[in-house]
Write a protein that binds this ligand. Structure first.
Ligand code: SF4
Ligand code: FES
Length: 250
């Protein structure tokens, strides 16, 4: 396939960015979207130009780093598919493809298609963990019984890869789907109960501090999430927050 790519180029955080047009030829339909960008970068390097900076790591839908708008849609046209798992067979010969970084105040552009998503790390550091003693004997896996239904729901919430597509899809740039998945995966397990109150309050406070917008339940996040994280997580986090607000503080 021969394609025209319109790519956001921005030299640095303070530089003014613009869309730049590139032609790529002989792209195999079996290439992944990132492999197609590799071809573009080889072409740019061979011509002595600056390659396009873009984030990637696992290239198998696990790490959440390959975050791009493709034709205005987070992670591109295929449902529940990350950019690295998207194949060029989803496009046609002669297509023009627009490629941009996430657009959100809390995800500032570092260079080209790379954004700073450390705001998500700080939300996690504020409460997305359980404090356990990891030295000494390992507990038997079944020492604390967990109902199967809860284990399954916690697992579903834990599949969030922290990519930020939910923020990118939201007109308010809200991080509620991400934060609620992280709150839920622990709220559903007995191990998460001890710190439940502080967790939800701290994570919501950090989310606001980072400059993410408020949730108005438009549901765009759920539609674009590559891992199918459901809005039910947001409802659960709101319940957790209310419960925390009504329970006596320490
Ligand atoms: S909720 Fe979905 S879209 Fe949001 S960070 Fe997690 S995996 Fe990505
Ligand atoms: S590169 Fe890891 S999810 Fe795409």
């Amino acid at each position: 396939m021969d394609l025209t790519l319109k790519v956001w180029r921005q030299k640095g955080p303070e530089a003014e960015g613009k869309m730049v047009s590139y032609d790529v030829k002989d792209i195999s339909p079996d290439m992944s979207f990132l492999e197609m960008l590799d071809v573009l970068n080889e072409q740019l390097i061979n011509n002595g130009d600056d390659p396009v900076a873009f984030d990637h790591d696992c290239r198998e839908g696990i790490c959440g780093s390959c975050s791009l708008y493709i034709n205005g849609v987070p992670h591109g046209p295929k449902k529940q598919t990350t950019t690295c798992q998207l194949h060029m067979r989803s496009f046609k010969d002669g297509d023009t493809i627009y490629i941009e970084p996430w657009r959100a105040k809390a995800f500032p552009v570092i260079k080209d298609l790379v954004t700073d998503r450390s705001s998500f790390d700080r939300i996690m550091q504020s409460g997305g963990y359980v404090s356990v003693n990891t030295s000494g004997n390992t507990l038997d896996a079944n020492a604390i019984p967990v109902p199967k239904e809860n284990a399954d729901m916690a697992f579903d919430s834990a599949t969030c890869i922290g990519c930020g597509a939910c923020v990118a899809a939201c007109k308010n740039a809200s991080a509620m789907l991400f934060a609620s998945a992280k709150v839920s995966q622990l709220a559903l397990l007995p191990q998460g109960e001890v710190e439940a109150r502080e967790r939800v309050q701290n994570m919501v406070a950090q989310m606001d501090k980072e400059g993410f917008g408020n949730c108005t339940v438009t549901g765009a996040c759920e539609v674009e999430c590559p891992k199918g994280i459901s809005l039910e997580n947001i409802a659960r986090m709101n319940r957790e927050y209310l419960k925390a607000a009504l329970s006596p503080g320490k």
